[in-house]
Design a protein around this ligand. Structure first.
Ligand code: ATP
Ligand code: MG
Length: 437
């Protein structure tokens, strides 16, 4: 069953050059129309199953908060339909629904009333809300005296503790301190596990790949991609990358120069021509990737490895034009698309020499694999030109190589850290009073 159904949704804002133009237009002064139309959302359609989590991503001003405000029912769309099935609790950018003149406690009760919870039910929940927000005596102070972090803590505590069917969260997590961010994430995971529907607007792409079942990419008010989070996040990265490239990016490369590549004849140099998978590929085409391989200690291509093993990631590319500052590299991701690590020739101070059209470069990255949780991992190779900070992508292939990693010992979480431990045991029994005093 769909919890949210959005059909051809559009939102128009009217922009007035001068504040009083709005008033003049309303009372019929001035010559006709004094505003310009601005479409913050245009023809957006999607559906979210009940119990699923949706991530909405996009650059600043792309329409994410506008979308959430319409879903929350605090703003009307200009065109299209929006059906929301269930009790909604929303945590929006400005913590709307809080009155700055009232205390935290009063606001908690007012919010509860808005969400249809009577005083008695709110009293039962108040302690849990206060414990979650952890703002101490500020609970009895007017909300206008709160810092923005405290404000968000209270708003989040209310939003997740009033038992909503659908929780809408707009970029709130980044406001709290780190402990609070963990607490929020933990709570949202719990809500997801018990079958609540969640819509999350965020710039945290890792949270989207890890946490969401579905993602939407908005750009200039249009929905330009929807689907599996890792695919949508990749599309967004490519979009940002392309904009950076056109913008020109930063200046001042801090890399170590000095060519460190060995010149070899065609028959003597290693070249891989294996590209097992192409999920998505982009770049200017001035150079093309020929292949990527994972090699074991003996130099044999493999698709399996074990934590702690010495391996080589080999990347080969051919240049279709002369390039002054070539860079070869790769990104390592886990099965959920989370970027774990990456490396390139400039980053490790092994800048490559200028290369002529038609030539091939192979870079062998020698590394010891970390003790990661068993599972499948992917390598996305890339060839670029420029410096670390200012480069143009020539060719990038997402998830070109997938390999399985296993472990010889049990791993809790995502990785095993080299740890030594020293413990202490008391010589005799200690009574509890002594412990607490
Ligand atoms: N009340 C308004 N009147 C006119 N334009 C508005 C209004 N509110 C938002 N906009 C415009 O609509 C567009 C979308 O805004 P929105 O706040 O939805 O973006 P966003 O994706 O949430 O951005 P951010 O990542 O910065 O939070 C922006 O260009 C913004 O300037
Ligand atoms: Mg916003």
């Amino acid at each position: 069953m769909a919890a949210i159904k959005v059909r051809h949704l559009s939102k128009r804002y009217r922009i007035y050059d001068r504040p009083w133009d709005k008033l003049r237009e309303m009372v019929g002064l001035g010559s006709g129309r004094l505003h310009r139309d601005f479409w913050a959302l245009e023809d957006v359609s999607f559906e979210l199953e009940a119990g699923h989590t949706l991530g909405i991503i996009g650059q600043n001003g792309s329409g994410k908060s506008t979308m959430l405000q319409i879903l929350a029912g605090i703003m009307a769309q200009t065109r299209g339909d929006c059906f929301v099935n269930g009790k909604v609790s929303a945590l929006l950018e400005l913590g709307s629904g809080f009155n700055p003149e009232f205390t935290g406690r009063e606001n908690v009760f007012m919010n509860g009333a808005i969400l249809g919870l009577d005083k008695h039910r709110m009293e039962q929940r108040f302690d849990a809300i206060a414990a979650f927000a952890e703002i101490g005596d500020f609970m009895e102070q007017p909300v206008k005296t709160y810092s923005s972090g405290m404000f968000m803590r209270l708003a989040f505590a209310v939003a997740v503790n009033v038992n909503p069917d659908i929780l809408l969260v707009d970029e709130a997590l980044s406001v709290g301190d780190l402990i609070f961010q963990h607490r929020c994430m933990h709570r949202m995971n719990h809500l997801r596990e018990i079958g609540k529907t969640i819509v999350l607007v965020t710039h945290d792409l890792e949270a989207v790949t890890k946490f969401c079942d579905l993602a939407l990419l908005l750009d200039g008010g249009r929905l330009i991609e929807q689907g599996k989070p890792d695919m949508v996040v990749q599309k967004y990265r490519a979009l940002i990358f392309e904009r950076e490239r056109r913008y020109g990016g930063f200046d001042g490369a801090a890399e170590v120069s000095g060519g460190s590549a060995l010149i070899r004849s065609e028959n003597e140099m290693p070249v891989t021509r294996s590209i097992p998978n192409i999920d998505h590929r982009f770049g200017s085409g001035e150079a093309v990737l020929l292949g990527v391989e994972l090699l074991d200690e003996r130099g044999t291509a493999t698709s399996e490895a074990v934590g702690g093993q010495k391996v080589t990631i080999r990347v080969s590319a051919q240049f279709r034009q002369d390039v002054d500052q070539p860079i070869l590299g790769y990104t390592l991701r886990d099965r959920l698309g989370v970027e774990l690590s990456g490396c390139n020739t400039s980053y490790v101070g092994r800048a490559l020499p200028p290369v002529k059209k038609g030539r091939i470069i192979t870079s062998d990255f020698h590394l010891t694999l970390p003790f990661l949780a068993p599972g499948s991992y992917s390598v996305s190779p890339a060839v670029a030109k420029g410096s670390i900070l200012h480069h143009d992508m020539c060719d990038w292939i997402d998830n070109a190589l997938v390999f399985s990693l296993w472990s010889q010992s049990l791993i809790y979480g995502v990785l095993r850290m080299d740890t030594d431990v020293q413990s202490y045991v008391s010589q005799s029994a200690v009574d509890e009073q002594q412990i607490s005093s």
